[in-house]
Ligand binder design. Structure first.
Ligand code: GRF
Length: 209
């Protein structure tokens, strides 16, 4: 059975500057991504991305973890909030929390994340620093489905970025970020098209006639 979506409503979860959120907003605005951003939620009040959402006329909410007894309670609140707004696909864009069972259960294979490395290399924090220090010649960005483990779920798309001799963490991260901004809207579009399934760990699109 391949996946289909009832609507193209997405929710975006952020914790910080929100440049990937902006790339999604821009892609929707200029027609590259046929989707509606129903809501943006941040666990941090000072996330610059909240203002980016408001500037685009999108509902932007701060949901502080300290208001909830534990991670499950927080994730349940998130799931309720997203479901109430008709969200069909959740996009993590610099959301600095592990996602737990209540949210994963409410959106099975319907939560995406973007990570600034070629997973499974360099999961977790400071992926670009990890790549530079390891000495790889090529790194990149990955959009993947979220599961209970950090940066671990089935991979939707990846793109490669060369590591140059003179790179610092900052120059490398900046070049990776340019690719992230192209890749994430494309990945969301691909996923929302439906007609795919997860086979083992693989994202498999049905053959087209
Ligand atoms: C991006 O590098 C993304 O890949 C990672 O966190 C960073 C978020 O940046 N998950 P921004 O908030 O989208 O600007």
């Amino acid at each position: 059975m391949t996946t289909t979506f009832r609507s193209r409503s997405i929710g975006v979860l952020i914790s910080g500057r929100g440049s990937n959120l902006q790339s999604i907003i821009d892609a929707v605005a200029d027609g590259r991504l046929d989707a509606r951003i129903a809501v943006v939620v941040s666990n941090r009040a000072d996330a610059a991305g909240l203002q980016r959402a408001r500037d685009a006329g999108i509902e932007a909410l701060h949901l502080p973890a300290r208001d909830y007894a534990d991670r499950n309670a927080y994730d349940r609140a998130l799931a309720d909030l997203l479901t109430a707004r008709g969200v069909e696909l959740v996009c993590l864009a610099g959301f600095m929390r592990l996602v737990g069972d209540p949210l994963l259960g409410a959106f099975p294979n319907r939560i995406l994340n973007i990570h600034p490395s070629l997973l499974p290399a360099f999961p977790g924090l400071d992926a670009q620093r990890q790549a530079l220090e390891h000495g790889v010649r090529v790194t990149g960005a990955t959009v993947h489905f979220v599961n209970t483990d950090l940066d671990d779920g089935p991979i939707v798309v990846q793109t490669a970025v060369p590591v140059l001799d003179g790179d610092s963490v900052e120059t490398l991260a900046a070049r990776v970020l340019v690719e992230e901004h192209r890749l994430y809207p494309e990945a969301i579009s691909l996923v929302l098209e439906g007609g795919w399934s997860i086979v083992g760990r693989r994202f498999v699109r049905a053959a087209r006639s």
